[in-house]
Design a protein around this ligand. Structure first.
Ligand SMILES: [Zn+2]
Length: 337
């Protein structure tokens, strides 16, 4: 089906009410776990985000069609509940300032619960995650050439936004497959070479005070490591340290047990059997990945799939969560796990 035909069919299904009726009549145990990152109207290609109107319309559709509950509650129902219509849980990854400024008031006004999978280095040390430092650098650097031969990068021109995004994509792709020493080496060297200290604007990380407000507003806080390195690139001990630090900080700063865990990046190969062993040792009984799919009673508890939320229309979103469109592994702009 072509894009416009698909959009038309999706629109008709949603507007006629057929889709919502079908969802309410379904019987089984299916969990629709949605994954969000940034939500704002900045339309910044360096920091991709879902628009605020789209977010609101998704929340309203979900609330009118499904039972939206805590992720813990949904997983309990999958394990031992009675068959019924699919249920929904909302998750937000990383911990950006707009999770507090934009997402929280919209959840609260609709009385919807959610889970934030929080990387704890930004609130603890006031510094952005390494990938966000890279985004900031490539967006604002006054340099017009990126050349870092000692790390095999460049020379690449940075004269246009397109060239800057292209360089960002190449560096990020390479560093997602690198260990923490190389990540910090390369980001540090780029920061120096591209004059990062000259950059005065940029997003600020969430503070612990804001995270407590999220918690008080019905957002459960789960682990997402401390510094957001891809765990399969770390040795067992380093991976354990990254996970344990984030869990300990959540306990200490928020006075609660972490609500599960989500793997940084979270695709196949970004975590393995050893990572799952470490989670079990640390008492983490379930974990979400970014593999695309619906959660079912049969899904392994440490490999819970989720659904991306960057559909370009409300109708396609409705079809996607109902399982009527093909689930793609990646949805372009909002793919920022
Ligand atoms: Zn993440």
């Amino acid at each position: 089906m072509t894009g416009s035909l698909k959009r038309g069919a999706a629109w008709a299904l949603r507007r006629s009410g057929v889709l919502a009726a079908r969802e309410r009549l379904r019987r089984g145990r299916i969990g629709i776990i949605l994954m969000y990152h940034r939500v704002n109207d900045e339309a910044d290609p360096f920091f991709p985000a879902l628009g605020v109107d789209a977010f609101e319309s998704q929340l309203d559709y979900l609330r009118s069609t499904y039972r939206v509950e805590t992720l813990d509650g949904l997983l309990g129902w999958l394990r031992e509940g009675s068959p019924g219509p699919p249920r929904v849980a909302l998750t937000i990854d990383d911990g950006y300032a707009d999770t507090h400024a934009v997402v929280l008031p919209r959840l609260k006004s609709r009385r919807l619960p959610a889970t934030l999978f929080l990387a704890t280095d930004p609130p603890e040390n006031g510094r952005l995650l390494w990938l966000d430092r890279l985004r900031l650098l490539l967006k604002h650097t006054p340099a017009e050439i990126l050349d870092l031969p000692e790390h095999g990068l460049g020379p690449w021109r940075l004269a246009s936004t397109g060239q800057r995004l292209d360089s960002l994509g190449r560096i990020a792709g390479r560093l997602k497959r690198a260990g923490p020493a190389e990540v910090e080496d390369v980001v540090g060297a780029l920061w120096q070479r591209l004059d990062g200290d000259a950059i005065s604007s940029g997003p600020s990380p969430l503070s612990w005070t804001q995270i407590r407000e999220l918690q008080n507003g019905g957002v459960a806080i789960g682990g997402h490591t401390h510094r957001h390195y891809v765990l399969s690139q770390l040795g067992r001990e380093a991976a354990r340290e990254e996970i344990a630090t984030s869990l300990a900080l959540i306990r200490e700063r928020l006075g609660c047990e972490p609500s599960g865990f989500a793997y940084p990046n979270g695709e196949e190969g970004d975590y393995g059997a050893e990572t799952i062993d470490v989670l079990r040792e640390l008492g983490v009984s379930w974990a979400c990945c970014t593999l695309t799919g619906f959660a079912t009673p049969e899904a392994p508890p440490h490999e819970i799939p989720r659904i991306y939320t960057s559909m370009d229309t409300a109708s396609l979103f409705a079809c996607r969560v109902a399982g009527l469109t093909r689930l793609r592994a990646s949805d372009g702009a909002a793919r920022v796990a």
